[in-house]
Design a protein around this ligand. Structure first.
Ligand code: FAD
Length: 477
């Protein structure tokens, strides 16, 4: 697998050099890199709940959504408690690649097809505002989370990729958003690969270490008077009271921002499934390697393949690379195989032969909660309107907006026109595969069908319950 390069320092064994087309998946360590970056951070893990408490607002789940809810409530005079099963950021938020971009699974052109220009603008504003909120929280709290300002580069592959790039550029311009297109001939100035056919670039996007973000915001919340209990899984909920193994919290208002809850804790669990993606990280790149990847400046990139790859440089100049496979994306359980990321790494090396010797060290995977049409679901329970739920947010900015939005509803601090999001995110919106059919064919098949339909064909009527909070009772699981 390895050849030996005769350039080692005198007296030392020569460094092994990877042959083209081989990859090091057998040497990859299965470990979330972001945990390593927590070493030396100031805040210790918060102890678990051991009492029976009363408060104004209880938040369940300390990912991007729950933390954004709590942040909105700081300084309002409300007594707030947050219960987190793991550590804050310990699920999707702290596993993520940390691309802060309005693009998630739904591109702008797809939103226009579904909702028309006005609806697409309403929905594009969600992640844009989510990003602004995250940046403002990072700055106001002084959170050190490797925040990198990096323009986005969506890279087309083949002739279909050229069309996808042109579509995205035209759509952005039609709605008044800036972007810049690179033809294949111009790409050499921005990316060190000749495997792409075109690209579109746009601004106001960032990279972040999601786990350090979560832990930093946790610190700000504690300083602001929020009671946070980690290692405190909610195991039962009834009325106004949530129970953990060793304690309970009774609250006037309850905001659920927890992932992967079963029907016992989430009567809307039928609305949520998940998709799985894999990440890997390298040793720091040398200056030459960085320049051969990004000749001018670092970007955050993803390509136009159905199973797309995505990559960016961290502040410590490590290359973070992600991707998935058709077999594991909708798998029911966590997959830990290194084969998937091994293939993503091999594909990357083919696109960037000059980086064939860069060593990937660790890999990890995560399942992202999502709904059938890739938009979140946000609701107040019709029969218990003090219970709020944020479900299936695909992307840190979406989760941040939704958590913040619900907290603003709790405070009744309504901004003009904002309640419309209850309509867009209504739990009873229409999907291609109805629930009765899904029960026969299973979520694993129904969700990809619904997801693909939402991405490529779906056209929506005006949101059903615009201006209303909540909706009719859900179908049973
Ligand atoms: C590998 C990977 C890469 C990703 N890359 C990106 C990216 O580059 N950019 C991007 O924007 N998004 C990315 N995402 C998606 C993004 O991470 C999620 O969409 C986002 O973090 C969702 O935030 P959340 O707060 O809704 O959920 P989570 O972060 O999952 O938070 C939910 C919290 O609830 C807690 N919880 C669950 N059950 C209980 C319980 N019973 N009691 C108490 N607490 C409970 C969990 O421990 C968890 O901390 C990625 C996700 C993964 C997995």
């Amino acid at each position: 697998m390895y050849s030996v390069e005769q350039t080692g320092a005198p007296g030392l064994p020569a460094a092994p050099v990877r042959e083209s087309g081989t990859e090091d998946r057998h040497r990859l360590l299965l470990q979330n890199w972001w945990y390593t970056t927590l070493i030396g951070t100031k805040r210790p893990i918060q102890p678990p709940l051991k009492d029976d408490l009363k408060c104004d607002v209880l938040i369940i789940g300390g990912g991007a959504a729950g933390l954004a809810s709590a942040a909105r409530l700081v300084g309002t005079g409300k007594k707030v408690v947050l219960l987190e099963r793991n550590i804050c950021g310990g699920s999707s938020t702290g596993r993520s690649a940390g691309f802060l971009t309005p693009d998630s699974e739904l591109e702008l052109s797809q939103l226009i097809r579904r909702f028309g220009a006005t609806g697409a603008k309403d929905l594009w504003a969600v992640p844009v505002r989510g990003i602004e909120r995250m940046i403002s929280l990072i700055r106001s709290s002084g959170t050190e989370c490797d925040l990198q300002r990096q323009d986005s580069l969506f890279l087309g592959k083949g002739s279909g990729g050229v069309r996808a790039v042109q579509d995205e550029d035209e759509t952005r311009r039609s709605l008044g958003y800036e972007s810049q297109v690179y033809s294949s001939g111009e790409l050499a100035s921005v990316i060190g690969s000749n495997g792409y056919s075109a690209a579109v670039r746009y601004k106001d996007t960032y990279g972040v270490d999601g786990l350090r973000y979560a832990q930093g915001i946790k610190g700000m919340l504690i300083d602001g008077g929020v009671s946070i209990f980690e290692s405190s899984s909610v195991i039962a909920f009834s009325g106004h009271t949530a129970r953990t193994h060793m304690g309970s919290v009774t609250a006037d208002q309850v905001i659920f921002c927890a992932d992967k809850l079963g029907p016992d804790l989430n009567p809307y669990s039928w609305n949520v499934y998940h998709e799985q993606t894999f990440l890997s990280i390298t040793e720091p790149l040398s200056g030459t390697e960085q320049a051969s990847l990004f000749p001018a400046e670092p970007f955050q990139c993803w390509d136009s393949d159905l199973m797309y790859s995505y990559y960016r440089l961290t502040g410590t100049k490590r290359l973070l690379l992600g991707g998935g496979s058709l077999l594991t994306t909708y798998a029911r359980n966590d997959s830990t195989t290194s084969g998937v990321i091994g293939r993503v790494v091999s594909g990357f090396r083919k696109m960037f032969p000059a980086l064939k010797s860069v060593r990937f060290m660790q890999y990890w995977s995560g399942r992202i909660d999502m709904t059938r049409d890739l938009l979140p679901t946000v609701l107040k329970e019709p029969d218990s309107p003090w219970v709020h739920r944020v479900l299936g947010c695909v992307g840190l900015p979406w989760a941040t907006f939704c958590g913040d939005f619900v907290a603003r509803q709790v405070l009744a601090e309504k901004e003009t026109g904002d309640e419309k999001y209850y309509g867009y995110f209504d739990v009873n919106r229409k999907f291609l595969v109805p629930i009765w059919l899904e029960r026969m064919i299973g979520k694993r098949l129904a969700f990809p069908l619904n997801n693909a339909w939402a991405k490529y064909y779906q056209k929506d009527a005006k949101p059903s319950s615009e201006g209303k909070a909540g909706g009719p009772a859900p179908s049973p699981s």
